[in-house]
Design a protein around this ligand. Structure first.
Ligand code: SF4
Length: 101
């Protein structure tokens, strides 16, 4: 098959559109604080915003990044959590199911 300039441009546009859709899908995979499952355990993307009166067991050094249920490296901005399926939680987030055992 001879690759003409026109075919190359069309194929490149299709590849670019596919990458854009993949990125948009990945961004949508972040766990939202208003998700009922997240709200049930007080999940916050920023652990500094945890309601300390409601969650007195929260300690400042706790975050998703050092939780045993976090599926990424401690330095990852986002990673999986065994509680939330395919949605990603923030490395600096926190919820009441935090554990470090
Ligand atoms: S269980 Fe751990 S990793 Fe998952 S959201 Fe709660 S604190 Fe973050």
């Amino acid at each position: 098959m001879k690759l003409t300039r026109r075919k190359f441009v069309v194929m490149s546009a299709g590849a670019s559109a596919s990458l854009w859709l993949i990125r948009a899908d990945a961004a949508a995979a972040h766990l939202n604080e208003t998700d009922p499952a997240a709200a049930a355990v007080g999940y916050r993307e920023d652990a500094a915003k945890v309601d300390r009166k409601k969650y007195p067991n929260f300690a400042a050094e706790q975050s998703c990044g050092n939780c045993s249920l976090f599926q990424g490296k401690s330095t990852d901005a986002w990673g999986g959590c065994t509680l939330f399926g395919d949605k990603l939680v923030a490395g600096k987030g926190w919820c009441a199911s935090y554990t470090n055992m």
